[in-house]
Design a binder for this molecule. Structure first.
Ligand SMILES: [Ca+2]
Length: 315
């Protein structure tokens, strides 16, 4: 029987591989050292999302996380950050902010790699304010928030790395009823995903306006990237049924074919990527994305809709 570096046998490793998850869950639960996720809930969304949230919290618990939830009318982003900082000593991994949670802002400068292009500055919403819990956010003397925000910072210093991830299920267009419906739909799908796995009945479909291939070698490289590259939608994009569309004259492929396939109802999960890049077609635009929750036919196609995807990601 072969021995590994630490001296254990192949059989030992196999047995260990079976036992460790069961033992680990029991030990982590007992010692209180499970990785922790904080859920911060806007009080106005507490009752209307309560049932779905309970399911979500149970799912996280079953996945080995410890969940701490607060339903608090935080006065400002400093109070939210202080709350998260208080949890950060106890294996806090991430925070999910639900609803109208106070937002901090940062004044940032974008310096292009191309020296011929000018730097641009902008005041942006800062969820980094909650991800970096031990760094310093400050306003320099004389700094005035361009948007008139009370908590806006132009200096970020110290340990600027992020300690936790932050997820946001925001208040949508100041409409609490629509937001609650959307959040409940999300948690329902999340539960389906966790319990039924990643199976989808038809296919994953991606239309990507960023890329275009001029040779078959380029086509093959782009396709491989979309299937399993850093920006791919694995595991769905790696399935044999996945379909990808980008402009590739050597392969006779166009983005228009992709939108037609979407309208023809081939997909359960659609990803459309356009970004507003200078190279984009502009076939995926904001008005269409704004109404994509109901997945209307794309204006570029006249094909009658046979079925809509269950999920759509537009970027
Ligand atoms: Ca940090």
């Amino acid at each position: 029987m072969k021995k590994g570096n630490s001296g254990e046998t192949e059989a030992g490793r196999r047995i260990t591989g079976v036992l460790i998850p069961l033992v680990a869950v029991a030990v982590l639960a007992a010692c209180g050292c499970r990785p922790k996720i904080a859920i911060v809930v806007d009080p106005a969304l507490d009752t209307p999302t309560s049932t779905a949230r309970t399911q979500f919290k149970n799912d996280l618990d079953a996945a080995g996380y410890s969940v701490v939830e607060t339903v608090t009318p935080f006065a400002d982003p400093v109070a939210v950050r202080s709350y998260l900082q208080g949890l950060s000593e106890s294996r806090l991994r991430g925070a999910i902010l639900i609803g109208d949670i106070p937002r901090a802002y940062q004044y940032v400068e974008f310096i292009p790699a191309n020296p011929a292009l000018p730097a641009t500055t902008e005041e942006v919403i800062s969820y980094q304010f909650y991800s970096d819990l031990d760094g310093n956010f400050a306003a320099s003397p004389g700094y005035v928030s361009p948007g008139g925000h009370a908590h806006s910072y132009d200096v970020h210093s110290g340990d600027v790395d992020w300690e936790i991830w932050v997820g946001v299920l925001p208040l949508y267009e100041d409409d609490y009823e629509a937001t609650a419906e959307a959040i409940n739909r999300y948690f329902t799908r999340n539960h389906q995903f966790r319990t039924a796995g990643t199976t989808i009945p038809r296919a994953f479909l991606e239309v990507n306006e960023h890329y275009s291939a001029t040779t078959m070698a380029e086509h093959t490289s782009i396709l491989a990237d979309l299937q399993s590259g850093p920006y791919s939608w694995t595991p769905w994009s790696a399935m044999a049924s996945a379909q990808f569309f980008f402009d590739s004259p050597p392969a006779g492929l166009t983005v228009a074919q992709g939108y037609a396939a979407l309208s023809a109802g081939v997909a359960d999960f659609f990803s459309g990527a356009a970004h507003g890049s200078w190279a984009a077609h502009g076939q995926l635009d904001i008005p269409w994305a704004e109404t994509a929750a109901s997945m209307p036919p794309h204006p570029a196609t006249t094909t009658p809709i046979k079925a809509y995807p269950a999920w759509a990601i537009l970027e």
